[in-house]
Design a protein around this ligand. Structure first.
Ligand SMILES: Nc1ncnc2c1ncn2[C@@H]1O[C@H](COP(=O)(O)OP(=O)(O)OP(=O)(O)O)[C@@H](O)[C@H]1O
Ligand SMILES: [Mg+2]
Length: 607
């Protein structure tokens, strides 16, 4: 259904975005700017030569000049055309490649840098995600956003300059003619702009449909989904989804095309009336003997030219406006990445091991309240097990601690210092984390552990982390040992890791970093019993002189921690050692009993 929601006004207007683009081109690639100027010059000069040449040649005949000066004139025009043609082919050849590189490589690279620097809290929010998608779109196609605005700047400049030159040529004519032409141009602009306004008004809806189409079609070819598609017979359902989204997409495109058709018809009618008026008027001047034929030729050429400059400007200005909105989106995202360096965060001195405190913390995901007046202190060097049912908020608590989510109220203190006051880089360096959903990169295992270039990796530390994480045997089996790529994506000789092996790499990554606080979120979920028990045995060694948080649903794993925190209903409902909580006979004891029930039934006492 068509909606009438008013579109949000872009933060930056067209003029500001033109200035931004030119400044960027000047900074990044001066030769691109030179090719733009050459192109504008040629786009105007070539038709001017084309309009002037027949006028002067006929004028020579009218004035009965000698053949030698006529040949000289033709030679001058010929050489000028040749030079202009050469300049144009240089600009035509250079400009498309350079503008494409400007977008995809230069601004694309800046977008990547910005994406890595933008505050995680913002990036992971709904607003941040939307801003990110809009900025991505602005740099993803040559026909849109940051690249299209370059084309439109060139086109609009040529149209404007051309119009000025032609108005000068026509200046001896009745000003009414120029007025009529300007009015015709304005009508074309408004007809075209109606289409543009319609596109802008429904941009979000069209984007949404395109996004749905993209996500449905991307899943069809992704190996990640391939197993489920086959095993769960998802073909019909996905095919009908694709059809549905495609139909919606086509419907929107048809609505736009229909409006474009009417705008083109209006444009055609205006052009017909305009040219008819010009011809009639000029013929009447020739018949009345007011102007010679050579002047008629010049004026006819100039009027047709001026009309096309004006209507060209009208069309390009509309497209420039559309591209400018996307450039504004791009700038907004870039600015967000610069914001993280602002503020009064400072380097701090910490005394180790670290103490962690949550003080009166409130936190919600939208309407969904996770913590309300949440308080907890984890003493220096404590090994804490954090348990709770699915969705209790364990991962959220870790995100808050890591400064990856912001409390709505209250404070999170690291060694007594408010986390919001610490320099972010320094703050992040205090934590070694194994995330529940961590990614493995398509690089060597050593790089996946150090998370930096192989050259800058301390290989001795990698070896130690591999040993502690129980990966030594696996590494020995690999063709290139720890330098084997963990995905086949970039390297045919790469390996595919099993779920448990991936988890071990993620653990090794946290161990390599060796930060004062170790946070492991479900580190043993995919481990076999031998690997799991090995982890328990070495945990004490891993956490020496560190404060640590160990999140797990395997309650037996809490036995090697100093204390257990049970998260329930947004608060620490129970706290103590495993034995203390068992004696309490509360939720923890109940959960533990349920989990160990089957082990007991099968083989007596639980481990
Ligand atoms: N980015 C998010 N946006 C909205 N809701 C979220 C988001 N992340 C988590 N939640 C919700 O917050 C609640 C707590 O999630 P969290 O991931 O912290 O649970 P958890 O205790 O780690 O669970 P699990 O044991 O399954 O890992 C869940 O109900 C979840 O649906
Ligand atoms: Mg979790």
């Amino acid at each position: 259904m068509e909606q009438t929601k008013k579109p949000e006004k872009p933060k930056y207007g067209a003029l500001s975005n033109i200035a931004f683009t030119i400044k960027n081109i000047l900074r990044i690639d001066k030769v691109l700017l030179a090719s733009m100027i050459a192109l504008v010059f040629c786009m105007v000069a070539q038709p001017v030569v084309g309009v002037l040449m027949p006028k002067f040649i006929i004028q020579f005949f009218e004035e009965g000049r000698d053949i030698a000066s006529l040949l000289l004139l033709v030679a001058v025009f010929g050489v000028t055309s040749l030079v202009l043609g050469q300049l144009r082919s240089f600009a035509d050849g250079y400009f498309p490649r350079m503008k494409s590189m400007y977008r995809s490589m230069r601004l694309g690279a800046e977008m990547c840098l910005a994406s890595m620097q933008v505050d995680y809290k913002h990036l992971s929010s709904e607003k941040g995600q939307l801003e990110n998608r809009k900025a991505q779109r602005a740099i993803s196609s040559p026909r849109e956003g940051v690249e299209d605005i370059v084309v439109r700047i060139v086109e609009c400049s040529a149209n404007l300059l051309g119009a000025v030159v032609y108005i000068f040529i026509l200046s001896t004519l009745n000003p009414l003619v120029i007025l009529v032409l300007a009015v015709c141009g304005a009508v074309s602009y408004f007809a075209g702009n109606l289409v543009n306004r319609y596109i802008i008004k429904h941009k979000e809806e069209v984007n949404k449909v395109e996004q749905k189409t993209y996500s449905a079609s991307a899943s069809t070819g992704d190996v990640m989904y391939a197993k489920d598609i086959r095993m769960y017979g998802m073909f019909d359902w996905l095919a009908s989804l694709l059809r549905k989204y495609n139909d919606e997409n086509i419907l929107w495109q048809n609505r736009i095309l229909l409006r474009m058709f009417f705008s083109e018809v209006a444009d055609g009618v205006v052009a017909f009336l305009r040219d008819g008026f010009a011809y009639l008027y000029l013929i009447s001047l020739v018949l009345a003997g007011t102007i010679p034929v050579s002047q008629f030729i010049l004026y006819i050429g100039a009027i047709a030219g001026l009309s096309s400059w004006i209507s060209g400007f009208a069309k390009n200005a509309i497209q420039l406006n559309t591209a400018s909105i996307q450039v504004s989106d791009f700038r907004v995202f870039l600015e967000k990445s610069e914001e993280h360096t602002k503020g009064d965060r400072q380097q701090r001195e910490f005394s180790l091991p670290m103490q962690i405190e949550f003080r009166h913390v409130d936190f919600s995901y939208g309407e969904h309240v996770i913590f309300q007046d949440f308080n907890v202190v984890i003493e220096r060097g404590r090994k804490v097990a954090l348990v709770g049912i699915n969705g209790a908020g364990k991962t959220t608590l870790v995100k808050l601690l890591l400064n990856l989510a912001e409390p709505d109220r209250g404070e999170i203190l690291l060694d007594g210092v408010d986390s919001r006051e610490v320099d972010l880089k320094q703050y992040f360096s205090q934590f070694s984390v194994a995330f529940q959903d961590a990614l493995i990169l398509a690089y060597g295992m050593d790089v996946n552990i150090s998370m930096r270039n192989s050259r800058d990796t301390d290989q001795a530390r990698v070896d130690a982390a591999i040993e502690s994480a129980g990966l030594t045997k696996k590494v020995k089996e690999l063709k290139k040992g720890k330098f084997t790529s963990c995905e086949k994506y970039l390297d045919n000789e790469g390996t595919e890791l099993s779920g448990g092996e991936r988890q071990k790499v993620i653990l090794a990554r946290a161990l390599y970093k060796a930060a004062p606080v170790l946070v492991l979120d479900e580190p043993s979920a995919a481990l076999d019993p031998i690997a799991e028990s090995r982890l328990y045995e070495t945990y004490h060694e891993m956490t020496k002189n560190k404060t640590s948080i160990y999140i797990s649903h395997r309650l037996s794993s809490t036995k090697f921690c100093d204390e257990v925190l049970l998260l329930d209903g947004g608060r620490i409902a129970e706290r103590g050692t495993h034995n203390e909580l068992m004696r309490l006979c509360g939720t923890y004891a109940h959960m533990f009993d349920i989990q160990s029930h089957y082990y007991r039934e099968e083989g007596g006492e639980p481990a």
